[in-house]
Design a protein around this ligand. Structure first.
Ligand code: F6P
Length: 359
């Protein structure tokens, strides 16, 4: 009988609880014992490690659709790989993690995380050498290479879409524009998808250069005197600082365009998990359990051409644009961006949405 641990790390998103629920259910059917590690690596470092035994009753099915992580993602300011690296204490930190894993006597660990968590798990892979490590990709940013979807993205698009839908009504009543700032770090996927879904007037993403004067002309020549401009949090405007939506808003105001800004912020990480995210979480959970049964390790579940497979963590790291942080030698962040041939870009362009100076 296997002893399996589950850990959620990094920022939360919708779909984590569905993944936890399905892993528990599938593992229980296989006769395995499941332990939920609380607060990510914080819980694993505690002595004794903070973990609870999970069964179908600890996370009832009706709660599995809720956002957030039932196991929590960690305390702000607690020791983690980044702070340990900054303090030059990676060895001690890894030792505490290994001790925690030993005390729990785990045969396998399913780590549900984003780019940062997975790349750190790979950089510090010695920590997990005595068990099978299986990763499940999650993030609202959809910036992870090798997988066509990450858990949480679809719900985030829905949340941002609903937020903009509400604003559109008040925008119309007052003949004005809203500049809505989307999350996503330096990746424009969330802004692009929600922008197309709402029929935005313009979508600005970090991957595509834009010309502020062309944006202004586009809005001035629009068929309506109201609408939404979706701005990704990762864009910048030369010579300006502050929040991107504020920068764009000031420029529009200076050009005589009546507008307001709106910031959906962390509501993009909330909201009942959409059916698509629940199905993806269930498929990833099933794939992760199969990987354990097949004695795989250092792998990540991925959606490729519509099918769910495992891919080697080393391939995941190798296929992104690796960003190294000089302050944290062990941290590599692997990013996948909106590529110039993303079909949504041409669709947006053909629908009269200003998406920047797309060639
Ligand atoms: O990576 C997920 C994300 O929600 C980003 O889109 C956003 O920039 C960031 O996390 C916000 O982080 P925090 O929760 O620390 O404010």
């Amino acid at each position: 009988m296997k002893r399996l641990g589950i850990m959620t790390t990094g920022g939360d998103c919708s779909g984590l609880n569905t993944a936890i629920h399905r892993i528990v259910r599938g593992a229980t059917l296989r006769g395995w014992h499941v332990f939920g590690i609380l607060d990510g690596t914080d819980g694993l470092c505690a002595n004794p490690p903070a973990a609870i035994r999970l069964n179908d009753m600890t996370l009832p099915i009706e709660n599995a659709r809720l956002a957030g992580s039932f196991l929590h993602n960690g305390h702000a300011g607690a020791m983690n790989f980044e702070t340990a690296a900054e303090a030059g204490r990676v060895k001690q930190f890894n030792k505490r993690l290994q001790d925690g894993l030993k005390q729990l006597k785990l045969d396998a660990l399913i780590l549900i995380g984003g780019n940062g968590s997975l790349s750190l798990a790979w950089s510090n892979r010695e920590t997990y050498r005595d068990l099978q490590l299986i990763c499940i990709p999650k993030t609202i940013d959809m910036d992870m290479p090798l997988t066509e979807r990450t858990i949480g993205f679809d719900t985030a698009v829905q949340q941002l879409t609903s937020f903009c839908d509400q604003l559109m009504l008040t925008a119309r009543s007052h003949h004005r524009w809203f500049v809505v700032q989307a999350m996503g770090r330096d990746c424009g996927q969330l802004a692009l998808h929600a922008g197309v879904a709402i029929g935005a007037s313009a979508i600005l993403i970090p991957e595509i250069k834009f010309d502020i004067n062309n944006l202004i002309s586009h809005i001035k020549n629009a068929q309506t005197d109201y609408g939404i401009i979706v701005v990704s949090e990762g864009i910048s405007l030369r010579g300006h600082s502050g929040r991107p939506a504020d920068m764009i808003s000031r420029k529009l105001t200076a050009a005589g365009i009546t507008n307001r800004t709106a910031f959906p912020e962390h509501t993009q990480r909330a909201g009942d998990t959409t059916a698509a995210d629940r199905i993806l979480a269930t498929r990833f959970a099933d794939c992760a359990l199969d990987a354990i049964a097949n004695n795989e390790t250092y792998v990540m579940t991925a959606l490729i051409d519509g099918d769910v497979h495992t891919v080697a963590l080393s391939d995941f790291i190798a296929s992104g644009d690796i960003v190294r942080d000089p302050k944290i030698p062990d941290l590599m962040t692997s990013n996948a961006y909106v590529s110039p041939d993303n079909p949504l870009l041409s669709v947006a362009h053909d629908m009269g949405i200003y998406i920047g100076e797309k060639k």
